[in-house]
Write a protein that binds this ligand. Structure first.
Ligand SMILES: *[C@@H]1O[C@H](CO)[C@@H](O)[C@H](O)[C@H]1NC(C)=O
Length: 253
């Protein structure tokens, strides 16, 4: 019975360790940058918000450039002066054994316009603002926005608001402002929010787990205790009876 309990314990512990996740974050939080801009890509342990911890766990940022070449950074990638050909590409976190995080695409442009869009997938139902930015804002902000190459709107504010995003809002977005060339395209990803459902389930599991793990131990201890108690009682009764017989015999003689 103890073996079964131990196996269960090990199984549950392994479930725990696989739930520790790392995600990639970009600061400032956008997917497009002007040439010579500065940005930081780092790995963060989910929940803790602690970069040091991710570093301790052996995570490092990997970068695949547009020509396919892959470069490892230390735990974070600080790009102090971005360059289109070397800093445009896919970034992700990886451990030595090959465990990987989410991947993000970052575009560095030599052009005068970028689209400021979320770098990470947006939870369904959230409001998203896309901003068309000029490197030097010399003319008015009126911008045209495109989704998958199709014009979706003109905004005098230079920002396109998407209210309560859903899967149908996913796509490659870009913008145009001030007669400049079009910005690069970035993919807006929308994710279904499964977290709300799994959280109460997880807490029930966490509550019940000690009981599940402890029950076989408790049960076997109680059973063994009962057996022991039963035996000593039987012995004591026998001994008591013997003593009684001795007295009777002594009295008789
Ligand atoms: C990044 O870009 C590549 C090439 O355009 C594409 O295949 C990939 O799906 C993109 N990844 C993400 C997370 O958008």
């Amino acid at each position: 019975m103890e073996v079964a309990a131990l196996t269960l314990l090990l199984l549950l512990n392994s479930l725990d360790s696989t739930s520790a996740r790392v995600s990639l974050t970009v600061s400032p939080k956008r997917s497009q940058f002007f040439k010579y801009e500065r940005f930081l890509v780092s790995c963060e342990e989910d929940g803790s918000g602690d970069e040091e911890e991710a570093e301790g766990a052996g995570w490092r940022v990997m970068k695949r450039m547009t020509d396919g070449e892959v470069f490892p950074c230390p735990s974070s990638c600080l790009i102090s002066a971005a360059f289109p050909s070397t800093d445009t590409g896919e970034y992700w976190c990886q451990t030595g054994p090959g465990e990987t995080s989410n991947t993000v695409n970052i575009t560095v442009t030599g052009g005068a316009v970028i689209l400021d869009s979320p770098v990470l997938p947006v939870p369904a139902g959230d409001n998203v603002t896309l901003t068309c930015r000029q490197e030097a804002s010399t003319c008015n902000l009126t911008a045209d926005f495109y989704k998958d190459g199709v014009h979706v709107g003109t905004r005098s504010t230079g920002t396109l608001s998407l209210v309560g995003v859903s899967g149908s809002d996913e796509g490659l977005y870009s913008c145009k402002v001030c007669g400049h060339e079009e910005s690069p395209r970035s993919f807006l990803a929308v994710r279904a929010p499964p977290r709300e459902q799994s959280t109460p389930h997880l807490s029930v599991f966490t509550l019940v787990r000690p009981l599940v793990v402890g029950a076989p131990y408790l049960l076997s201890t109680v059973v063994l205790g009962l057996i022991y108690w039963d035996r000593t009682r039987a012995k004591r009764t026998r001994r008591g009876r013997q003593a009684c017989d001795d007295v009777v015999m002594e009295m008789a003689t």
